[in-house]
Design a protein around this ligand. Structure first.
Ligand SMILES: [Zn+2]
Ligand SMILES: [Zn+2]
Length: 393
């Protein structure tokens, strides 16, 4: 089979898929709450001869050929969850779930994999190998890590390689971005409580001021990258929250700081963590405050296997053309729980550019963001090209 063999069916299916995408968009659900989405996908799969099984609660795993599942050359993943954002777009299919919205395009990713499921099912007899479809809950943020749960529940049992994609308005539409090695960041959350001794703002000599200690630390933590690492850097340290609940004449007892760390290499991660601990310990001594420092690991580095990244490049050369494929702008400092799939078996994750020319296309997580329906066939053809490339071995 050739990729072009799917094209007539894909063209016929495209309007129905746009409807599916709009329906998913209209009914967004947060991580591990994707009950309606799961039901919608389950029905779609069953109507096409699949026997999907639940995974990670609100996720689904489906095999094209269950009898060949012990040796599955390729698995494809879509994330399904939405974000706790209020939708303010005038779209006719805007969210009906208050405070929930598909602002990362996972509605589009889910639709792409549903489209792949349809087109593969029509050619089941011509494809003498298994393809596993992974509909994953809970990729986003604090509730996230659906991928880790699916891996723990053997969703990749028998799988040789796994692929995932994301639309990205930071890159021009029509491009595919991929690279071997680090693709997205190791995430850590920093939480720091500094306890001193509060008092009257007019008599600081009787206090141990945690506000000054915290302010010093916000600045000092910026030297972790600028002075703790070489010129190539390779890390992000951001403090995004600073709570000091005193007043104009009250020095509080405590302040609270929260931030995020992003790294792409275990050695750099260790160096960054060590520098932060040292700097915080130094501030304790310098300002006579007590520090409770928590460095909480989030998603690991998303590492693309070299061979799998090369397979994505080959697929992209067919789908968008050789000149439109690059690793520019990578790795990206975002976190992505596809990392757990790619830790379990070789895999690759790639971006579909979504920035429309001459337009300030809203980025992911922006309240005005909406997935671009024209990327549905692009994503489907990318996945199908990978299926043909990896299945024929
Ligand atoms: Zn997101
Ligand atoms: Zn996302």
């Amino acid at each position: 089979m050739r990729l072009a063999d799917f094209d007539p069916d894909l063209a016929a299916l495209a309007p129905a898929l746009a409807d599916v995408r709009h329906d998913l968009h209209q009914h967004p659900e947060l991580g591990f709450e994707e009950v309606r989405t799961q039901a919608r996908v389950r029905t779609w799969l069953e109507e096409r001869g699949y026997t999907p099984r639940d995974s990670a609660g609100t996720g689904l795993v489906a095999d094209l050929h269950p009898s060949l599942a012990d040796d599955t050359p390729v698995a494809l993943r879509a994330d399904m969850d939405a974000l706790p954002i209020h939708e303010r777009t005038p779209l006719p299919y805007r969210s009906v779930n208050d405070g929930r919205a598909h602002k990362c395009g996972h509605d589009g990713h889910t639709t792409i994999l549903m489209g792949v499921a349809d087109l593969l099912a029509r050619r089941r007899e011509q494809l003498p190998f298994n393809v596993r479809l992974l509909f994953q809950p809970a990729e986003e943020g604090v509730r996230g890590g659906g991928a880790r749960v699916m891996v723990a529940q053997d969703a990749l049992q028998g799988v040789r390689e796994v692929y995932g994609l994301h639309s990205w308005p930071g890159y021009p539409k029509g491009e595919v971005r991929v690279r071997p090695g680090a693709m997205m960041a190791q995430v850590y959350t920093l939480r720091l409580t500094l306890t001193g001794k509060g008092g009257h703002g007019s008599q600081p000599q009787l206090t141990r001021d945690p506000v000054v200690a915290g302010a010093h630390l916000v600045t000092a933590l910026q030297t972790v990258v600028s002075r703790g690492l070489g010129y190539e850097g390779g890390a992000v340290v951001t403090v995004g929250r600073f709570i000091a609940d005193g007043s104009h004449n009250v020095i509080p007892d405590k302040v609270y700081l929260e931030g995020t760390l992003r790294t792409f290499d275990p050695a750099v991660t260790e160096r960054v963590l060590e520098r932060i601990r040292t700097i915080v310990a130094g501030a304790e001594a310098m300002f006579s405050v007590q520090a409770d420092l928590q460095l909480e690991p989030g998603y690991p580095v998303l590492m693309n296997d070299a061979g799998c990244a090369e397979a994505v490049r080959r697929a992209a050369a067919q789908v968008v053309g050789e000149a439109q494929v690059s690793g520019a702008g990578l790795p990206m400092a975002g976190g992505e729980d596809f990392a757990y799939f790619a830790q379990a078996v070789p895999g690759a994750y790639f971006f579909l550019g979504a920035k429309r020319p001459g337009e300030d296309t809203p980025v992911c997580h922006h309240p005005d963001f909406d997935f671009d329906d024209e990327l549905i066939p692009v994503g489907i053809r990318m996945f199908l090209a990978l299926v043909l490339d990896r299945g024929k071995r």
